[in-house]
Design a protein around this ligand. Structure first.
Ligand code: IPM
Ligand code: MN
Length: 352
C-alpha cells in the first residue's frame, strides 16, 4: 500500500476549520480507495508571524521538497500589514517550489446558485491555467523620491521564454488530457502590452504547431471578462499570465458559486505542488463553524488527482455532487449553508 506524506498548513482565520473538513474527507476516501498517508503539520501564518516574527523559513522549504503535496488553508491576518504574509509565505512557497502553474477550474455544480442569468452547469465548466512564477508578481521595480512630488514608482512584468513556454505547453497538454472541447484560449493584451504579449502570442502559436488536435483562440483580457459573463460556454481551457489569471479567476469563482466553492492548485509538474481554497482567511467567520469547506474539499480532490489517486479524486467529486444535488446545502455562503462547517464535512465524508 502506498503511503503519501502530505504537508498541512492550515494557516489563519477559517483556514484550520476548512482544512479539518478536508482531512476528514481524506480519511474517509483513503479507506475506500486503499491508500495511506501521514500529515505533517506546519504552523505558518499570521498568528505564527506575530508570535515569532517568522514567516516561512528556508528550512521549511527544504522539508516541503520531500513531501508528496501540500494542503493549505488560508494565509492572512487583520493585524499584519498587507504584503508581509502574501510575499513572505504564499508567494515564497509558489516561487521557491517553482510551482509555475496555478490551475483553477471554474465549474458550476448542480443546484449551486450562479449570478449569471440563464446559465447552468452545462455552460460554466472551464479551467484557467495561470502562470504562477513570473509577470508582475516577481517584485521587480522600485521607487525613487518616495513621498515627494517627484515620486516615481515602477513595477515590471517579467516574462521569460522558458517561463512562458512551460506554462503554455502545460496548458496544451492539459487541454488534450481534459478532452472536453479540445480548445485552448490565450488570454492577453497584445494591443497594449506589446512586448510581453508578443512573446506570449509567438510562443503560443509555435507550441500550437505540436498540437494540431487542439483548437486555439485568442481573447484580450478585457474581452475575456466580458465573455466569461455573457458566454462562459465558449471556454474550455484559458491560459494567461500571473496578474490576468489572478483577476479573471476571482470572476470565475463568482460565476461558479463564490469563494466557498472555488479551489486551485499551485503546481510544479516536476516537483511538489500545493492545493488551496481560493478564498481568504475570512476573519469575520473565524471559529464560528460557519465557513463553507467545499472549496477546501475540492482542493483536496485536486490534490488526490495530482498525486495519482484519480479514483479517490473522483469519489470526492461524486460525493460533492451528490451532497449538492440532495439540496441539503442551502447556499455556498458562510453562515447561510443551513449546515455548519463540520456538518458539511461529515456529509461529504459519509458520501465518498
Ligand atoms: C490568489 C491571491 C494571491 C495572489 C494573493 C493573496 C497574493 O489573490 O491566490 O489569487 O494574488 O495570487
Ligand atoms: Mn487572487
Amino acid at each position: 500500500m502506498k503511503t503519501y506524506r502530505l504537508g498541512e498548513i492550515p494557516g489563519d482565520g477559517t483556514g484550520p476549520e476548512v482544512v479539518r473538513e478536508g482531512l476528514k474527507v481524506l480519511e474517509a476516501v483513503s479507506k475506500k480507495s486503499g491508500f495511506s498517508y501521514t500529515t505533517i503539520f506546519y504552523p505558518f501564518g499570521g498568528e505564527h508571524y506575530l508570535k515569532t516574527g517568522e514567516t516561512l523559513p528556508d528550512s521549511a522549504i527544504e522539508e516541503f521538497k520531500q513531501l508528496d503535496a501540500l494542503y493549505l488553508g488560508a494565509i492572512g491576518h487583520p493585524e499584519v500589514k498587507p504584503g508581509i504574509l502574501e510575499r513572505g509565505i504564499l508567494l515564497k512557497l509558489r516561487f521557491s517550489l517553482d510551482q509555475y502553474i496555478n490551475l483553477r477550474p471554474v465549474k458550476l455544480y448542480p443546484r449551486v446558485w450562479t449570478p449569471l442569468k440563464d446559465k447552468g452547469p452545462e455552460d460554466i465548466d472551464f479551467v484557467v491555467v495561470r502562470e504562477n512564477t513570473e509577470g508582475l508578481y516577481v517584485g521587480a521595480g522600485g521607487v525613487l523620491h518616495r513621498g515627494t512630488p517627484h515620486e516615481v514608482a515602477t513595477q515590471e512584468s517579467i516574462n521569460t521564454r522558458r517561463g512562458v513556454e512551460r506554462c503554455i505547453r502545460f496548458a496544451f497538454e492539459f487541454t488534450r488530457k481534459r478532452n472536453k472541447n479540445n480548445k485552448l484560449t490565450l488570454c492577453g493584451k497584445t494591443n497594449v502590452l506589446t512586448y510581453a504579449f508578443d512573446l506570449w502570442e509567438r510562443t503560443f502559436q509555435e507550441v500550437a504547431q505540436e498540437y494540431p488536435d487542439i483548437k486555439t483562440d485568442y481573447a484580450h483580457v478585457d474581452a475575456t471578462t466580458m465573455w466569461m459573463v455573457k458566454n462562459p460556454e465558449w471556454f474550455d481551457v484559458i491560459v494567461t499570465d500571473n496578474m490576468f489569471g489572478d483577476i479573471i479567476t476571482d470572476l470565475g469563482a463568482m460565476i461558479q458559486g463564490g469563494m466557498g466553492i472555488a479551489a486551485g492548485g499551485n503546481i510544479n509538474p516536476e516537483g511538489v505542488s500545493m492545493f488551496e481554497p481560493i478564498g481568504g482567511s475570512a476573519p469575520k467567520y473565524t471559529g464560528k463553524n460557519m465557513i463553507n469547506p467545499l472549496a477546501a474539499i475540492s482542493a483536496l480532490q485536486m490534490l488526490l488527482s495530482h498525486i495519482g489517486e484519480e479514483e479517490a479524486a473522483q469519489k470526492v467529486e461524486e460525493a460533492l455532487i451528490k451532497a449538492l444535488e440532495s439540496g441539503k446545502i442551502k447556499s455556498m455562503s458562510a453562515g447561510q449553508m443551513g449546515l455548519t462547517t463540520s456538518e458539511v464535512g461529515n456529509l461529504i465524508a459519509s458520501l465518498v
